[in-house]
Design a protein around this ligand. Structure first.
Ligand SMILES: NC(=O)c1ccc[n+]([C@@H]2O[C@H](COP(=O)([O-])OP(=O)(O)OC[C@H]3O[C@@H](n4cnc5c(N)ncnc54)[C@H](O)[C@@H]3O)[C@@H](O)[C@H]2O)c1
Length: 401
């Protein structure tokens, strides 16, 4: 559970605005490119802030970093120029073509701050070396831009689920493993460790295990740093967590809830691998039984359909029983563009997590559960309750203006 520290970090009334960096892991991916293009376009007044939760009235009085003030950097394993990536997204109809010319300079200027990332530790070198390299890269970025803090956001491809002793060990045990050559670890854990250890707030937008590890929770506590996760709630789960309370509050018994997702794009390609899809399905599957209070029949599928490009379709079939056992069915189809659903959330999270750190908060930021399929630090999945909790929490941050 997050808690307020006794001493704040100079974010009091009248304090100068903090300079905030956003370090995107997976910086050349669809969500990262859309986030950067969107931030530049909204900051320049070329697009309205539609889709940004932090543009709503409850956040007016919170001292959030402005989009125009965010400085972006990041890691990726590929070197496709951001402008090329943005052009491909415009060609696919994700980004308005008219924006490209206007934001091209901003995207080009950011190239120097996107560095080669690290892959999973495969048991050939001590993972500590990769962590130290990540920290050197982010520290140089922070120093070069004179940033007060850097929020590290994991936007890398969905990883395969991996098992290992690091899943439930202590920080002391993990620290020993990091120095051993034979240790095998997912890249997400290396990035999360690097961020938390250096007291940079961490946001896990993917279904990776990083923010679930007791050792990393311990590390965040030891370094007094806030973190949020996991797996952005942008489509089917968003709709499910709005609808499931309807059945619960009307005492309608859900007999089965089945779902199918058709997905193109890079994420769709990654999730075509059943081992990677398993981590996504696990985080998607938690909300409905948690809200209803019982397990329901029905399965959840993710199918890769390259033809759909960046668009996704989610179909839900809910069979329920009402008064005197009379049955009913709800069928719903949700269609949306993956990256433009996700990008404003990434910007919201950077702004909110930076404000939380400035207000002296640390540990898992449960009120940010509104943004995630599998919220860390909270078992609340009902969308309306999550939104209220977020607004109440933001009201508490007003003093840090
Ligand atoms: N609506 C959404 O788009 C949505 C919702 C929830 C979660 N997510 C998650 O966000 C992530 C990104 O989605 P996307 O559509 O941008 O995917 P994408 O495939 O377009 O981009 C992922 C990027 O990560 C890079 N990458 C892979 N491994 C890396 C590593 N070890 N270090 C640095 N970079 C690495 C890839 O090269 C690629 O550029 C995925 O994990 C996805 O599950 C997306």
């Amino acid at each position: 559970m997050y808690r307020r520290k006794t001493a704040t970090r100079g974010g009091g009334l009248g304090a100068p605005a903090a300079r905030v960096g956003a370090w995107l892991v997976g910086a050349r991916g669809s969500v990262a490119t859309t986030s950067r293009t969107g931030a530049a376009a909204v900051a320049a007044g070329l697009a309205p802030p539609t889709g940004l939760v932090t543009a709503l009235a409850p956040f007016d009085r919170v001292a959030l970093p402005k989009l125009s003030e965010l400085v972006f950097g990041g890691h990726d394993l590929v070197d496709t120029p951001l402008v090329k990536r943005a052009e491909a997204l415009a060609y696919a109809g994700v980004l308005p073509g008219s924006l490209l010319h206007a934001v091209a300079d901003a995207l080009d200027a950011g190239e120097a701050d996107i560095l080669l990332g690290v892959g999973a530790a495969t048991g050939t070198r001590p993972p500590r070396r990769a962590i130290e390299r990540i920290q050197r890269d982010v520290s140089s970025f922070q120093a070069a831009h004179a940033l007060d803090t850097v929020v590290v956001v994991d936007l890398a491809s969905t990883e395969a689920r991996m098992a290992g002793p690091w899943l439930d060990c202590s920080l002391e045990a993990l620290d020993r493993m990091l120095d051993q050559r034979r240790t095998v670890l997912p890249a997400s854990v290396l990035y999360a460790y690097a961020a938390l250890d250096a007291a940079w707030p961490f946001v896990d937008f993917t279904p990776s295990v990083a923010t679930q590890l007791p050792a990393l929770r311990e590390l965040a506590g030891a370094r007094h740093v806030p973190y949020a996760g996991r797996d952005g709630k942008t489509g089917q789960t968003l709709v499910r967590t709005a609808l499931a309370p309807l059945f619960a509050s009307r005492n309608l018994r859900v007999c089965s809830w089945s779902g199918t997702n058709l997905l193109g794009g890079g994420d769709g390609e990654a999730l075509a691998d059943p081992v990677r899809a398993a981590s996504k399905l696990a985080s998607k599957g938690r909300a409905v039984p948690s809200i209803l209070g019982y397990e329901v029949d029905g399965s959840l599928h993710i199918d890769h359909v390259p033809d759909l490009g960046e668009w996704k379709t989610a179909w839900d079939h809910v069979s329920f029983e009402g008064f005197l056992g009379t049955r009913g069915v709800l069928q719903l189809t949700w269609q949306g563009c993956d990256s433009t659903l996700a990008a404003p959330l990434v910007l919201d999270l950077v702004r909110l997590v930076a404000a939380a750190q400035r207000a002296g908060l640390e540990g898992p930021l449960a009120p940010l559960g509104f943004f995630f399929k599998d919220p860390v630090g909270s078992s609340e999945h009902r969308l309306d309750r999550q939104f209220q909790a977020l607004c109440d929490w933001a009201a508490g941050l007003e003093g840090s203006r």
